[in-house]
Design a protein around this ligand. Sequence first.
Ligand SMILES: [Cu+2]
Length: 163
Amino acid sequence: MNFSKKNKKHKIIKMNNVSKKVILSLAIMATLGLVSCKNETKQETETTIEVSKTMANAVVSFGVRGNCGMCKSTIEKAANKVEGVANAVWDVEKKKIDITLNDSKTDAILIHNAIAASGYDTDKVLGSKITYNSLPDCCKYKHDMVMSQSGDMKAEDHSNHDH
Ligand SMILES: [Cu+2]
């Protein structure tokens, strides 16, 4: 009799430990989410030097929609996973990605598809709605966002006149 009581107590303690761990990891995840949405300025410098290390022989550029530094890392990660991609740099201002390939035979559509699967629109393939919906709120870009911007937006804006 005494023995089973002890056992029960032990189980309760164990469960407490588990739920503590769950709460702790949820807290960590929440903190990480907040941090990565805010640090958009920091990440610009680290991706520029890597090109010369590889046998890069072709460059592909196209438009990709997105909002912030976290979008940048998601988009670049998706592009970098495609075989033949040496380096990918997405520009948050221009809404454009520059990809260096180490195999010029790599089909650009594969990179469009990979980025779209991560939730982001490219100028050829619309982003997966399911992945888009699971993005943090700060990353839910507008689907009418202009891609491949030159930086001089006003010259191209015809929305205010009647033709
Ligand atoms: Cu974002």
